[in-house]
Design a binder for this molecule. Sequence first.
Ligand code: R5P
Length: 304
Amino acid sequence: MILFSFSAFEDIARELRAAASVQEGRFAIGRYDNQELNVRVEGTVSGEHCAILGTIAPPDESLLSVALLAQTLRKEGADKITALLPYLAYSRQDKDKPGESLGTAWVGALLKSCKISQVLTLDVHSERDKELFPIPLISFSTDALFAEAIRKHELKDATVVAPDNGAIGRCEAVKRAAGTPIGETPYFEKKRTDRGIVHHGPIGQVGTRAVIVDDMIDTGGTLVSACEKLRAAGVREIYVFVTHGLFTGTSWMKLWSLGVKRIFCTDTIPLRPEIDTTNIIVLPIAPLLRQALLAYEGVRPVAI
Ligand code: R5P
């Protein structure tokens, strides 16, 4: 496999290359004077399996860059193209609402049209995303990663809480991986209203320490609302586990005043440098991606 990595993902790419029989793909993305993008691929890719490691948003141009790179690799004779998109942007647009875009289907069709054969991602937002994609969308779970952090940070006694009923399955999987009793998972009923997100709950018994597991933190609206309710229910310490840390805007920082002691996230999205990471613990995904490549792509391990 030849791995073409966008610069923000170079640390992960380096680990993948060091631990598996993956070659470094070299390419450059540039712009003409009129700002149209162009791609130059170095070396030969004819007959090869090429992987592209990156993201498709934000910013918007990353989607165009991935698409144009894939198109170029295929034009140069690549046999198969795997997009390694640790965070799959647009995956929350998975509901067919009248008058609204179905972004997941659109992105899937676009990637297919660029001759991308399959997409590998982590903790995709929903099973529906896989149905909407016209090419295989394979999602790997970070449950084991979260479970290890729960054990390491002595959080096994904390109650695992789901911020909405869609997250209950994920919470149970994390508990199973951490070796804690599954039992009932307290959860919230979540509604989006004109006033923002409204949570009802927690429904179920929560102790004084809680762990919330969700697929992502974006603006933090969901978690702020859930943590307010947990505080009101007597929870004193909250630990947030999310796979994708978007950390959009500044509202999510309110979590620190609501009893949140730590936010655990992975590096599926590189953290913006201005974010204060004092209480944010980033769990690296490179080992997981390496396993994924070994299992699904038949790349050979190398001695390390
Ligand atoms: C919703 O279905 C997701 O699982 C997340 O809870 C949500 O998208 C996070 O967004 P925000 O942080 O803006 O509330």
